[in-house]
Design a protein around this ligand. Sequence first.
Ligand SMILES: Nc1ncnc2c1ncn2[C@@H]1O[C@H](COP(=O)(O)OP(=O)(O)OP(=O)(O)O)[C@@H](O)[C@H]1O
Ligand SMILES: [Mg+2]
Length: 243
Amino acid sequence: MIDPREVVSREKFAAIKYIIPVVSGKGGVGKSVVSTALSLALADRCKTGLLDLDFWGASAHILLNASNEFPEEEKGILPEEIGGVKFMSVAYYTQDNPLPIRGREYSDAFLELMAVTRWDDTECLVIDMPPGMADPFLDLLQYVKNGNFLIITTSSILSSNIVSKTLKILKELDLKIFGLIENMCLTEDGNSRIRELANSFNVKHLGNIPYYQDLDINLGSWQDFLSTDFFQKIKEISTRLEL
Ligand SMILES: Nc1ncnc2c1ncn2[C@@H]1O[C@H](COP(=O)(O)OP(=O)(O)OP(=O)(O)O)[C@@H](O)[C@H]1O
Ligand SMILES: [Mg+2]
């Protein structure tokens, strides 16, 4: 039997011009800070939304200091607008409590959230993805056919090895990739290994982001986040996205 939410979800995604899933495969490489900063940066250019699909480790609501209120309901759920970005996260419903769910339950919550959220005229939807290639990643591949993926890696071989597997899957499925960002670089030029990785998959290396020691003290308020060098760097990189 067809789940009507699947149809609605596919239609909702298809109606959005640019969907930018921020993925890696590897955990802790900066997907949440990059996706949140990117959505704030893109909000100057187009009607932008941010969807946090990391139900186990939701983070974007902290970076955006989202309210604790349930979002308004009006023929669907209206995302809260923060810094010009329409934002949706499971954190509104869990009230920041743990959500110990298994794969099938994840898929169910994903479909529910997608089916009820009103993105309306959103042109650009950035998606913060959890680490790994399990159900969230597979659900994304199943329902989002028009994504322009953004890949995040650190310079570490432990990251590039996993990222290469993610790239392999995306390339095999012939999905569009905006490019790759090397994050938390300890040298200005980054690591040649990452450039080679990008070249080997014919993917754009969009830039290196330094490791900023003072980033953490500015997390927790979107206004302070905007004042960081990290945000400026993402803003600069965002101009290289072919929107
Ligand atoms: N360029 C950077 N400079 C300094 N700290 C950074 C930088 N990028 C990310 N961080 C820090 O690294 C940590 C991990 O970042 P983040 O949570 O965004 O990673 P993630 O890939 O989303 O992790 P997960 O896989 O758990 O979702 C955070 O504490 C973040 O502040
Ligand atoms: Mg994250």
